[in-house]
Design a protein around this ligand. Structure first.
Ligand code: SF4
Length: 297
């Protein structure tokens, strides 16, 4: 549980995730701006549509209505027509965006509110979107909790599948006044590493050493009721053994196993016997030494 972490443990979780995110992440135009208007457009568009498809629509939308004033002055029918031509899902979202732009201009003097509670006064802006805009535009949000983020915390801390628990753990983990980078980073982790079938090693998840699921091999989650299946050729897995061992002097099979296959369980199909067999092949090729249950390079 997050409460059980020492402040050093928490500080290291935070810094390792931020470093992981900052060293590499998918790049989207709305991540390059702190202007709340395009951020709101991207958030509303991505509620129904895959991010890669959102990108083209996002550029077209901003070319046509580059500012919140321009959108407020548009005919609502034109905005709805755009939405429908770009297959962006429920047309009501276009109407709400148009109304929200008018609210910003008439009720807030053309300036977006900066806190999640006031942002929710805008038509069609629910708690998630308000928090995303407050975080990404103003660095002033709470921790974002969506399905991906729940999956990460559930696996990391083995916590209850309970909204209040997710909310409090997520807020506890988020470094103060750093919602912009933190929310981006944890959402990125959920999207590219802690997927339903996790890619802990491939995506270089920085939390492997602290992650309960990675240590136990149980990767079930609220949206993953049964253990996901993993793939990996024997050649890839041999490579992984070598790469893991290059970071350790030596490892016991049961400590090496979860780092090689995320579904490793000592007595399972991909368990100790399977790993011993893989390591003996490597030992036959003089690539590792295997002594009883210990392996080293
Ligand atoms: S180690 Fe794997 S399961 Fe744990 S948080 Fe990282 S990606 Fe998710």
């Amino acid at each position: 549980m997050a409460e059980a972490l020492t402040s050093n443990g928490l500080a290291s979780l935070r810094s390792s995730l931020i470093e992981w995110y900052e060293s590499d992440h998918r790049s989207y135009p709305w991540r390059e701006t702190t202007n709340p208007y395009p951020i709101l457009i991207s958030e509303v568009m991505s509620q129904q549509t895959q991010l890669d498809r959102v990108e083209a629509a996002y550029h077209d939308f901003l070319e046509r209505w580059p500012t919140v004033d321009a959108l407020a002055s548009a005919e609502q029918a034109a905005v709805v027509g755009f939405w429908s031509n770009h297959s962006l899902g429920y047309n009501n979202r276009a109407k709400y965006l148009h109304t929200a732009a008018n609210q910003v201009c008439s009720e807030f003097d053309g300036e977006f509110p900066k806190d999640p509670a006031t942002l929710q006064e805008l038509q069609g802006v629910g708690p998630y979107t308000a928090n995303a805009v407050a975080s990404f535009a103003f660095n002033n949000g709470n921790a974002v909790v969506d399905t991906n983020v729940k999956r990460v915390y559930y696996r990391l801390f083995e916590i209850e599948d309970d909204d209040a628990t997710f909310e409090s753990v997520a807020n506890e983990c988020m470094p103060e006044e750093n919602s912009r980078v933190w929310n981006n980073a944890i959402m990125e982790l959920g999207a590219v590493a802690c997927q339903k079938t996790p890619r802990c090693e491939e995506a270089g998840c920085p939390w492997r050493d602290d992650c309960a699921a990675f240590q136990s091999g149980d990767f079930t989650a609220p949206d993953v009721p049964t253990q996901p299946s993993f793939e990996g050729s024997r050649r890839q897995l041999r490579g992984r053994v070598i790469s893991v061992l290059s970071e350790h002097d030596e490892l016991e099979l049961d400590r090496l196993g979860p780092r090689v296959r995320v579904d490793y369980t000592p007595d399972g199909t991909h368990g100790r016997e399977w790993l011993r067999d893989l390591c003996s092949d490597l030992a036959d090729d003089d690539l590792v030494e295997l002594e009883d249950t210990t392996v080293r390079l």
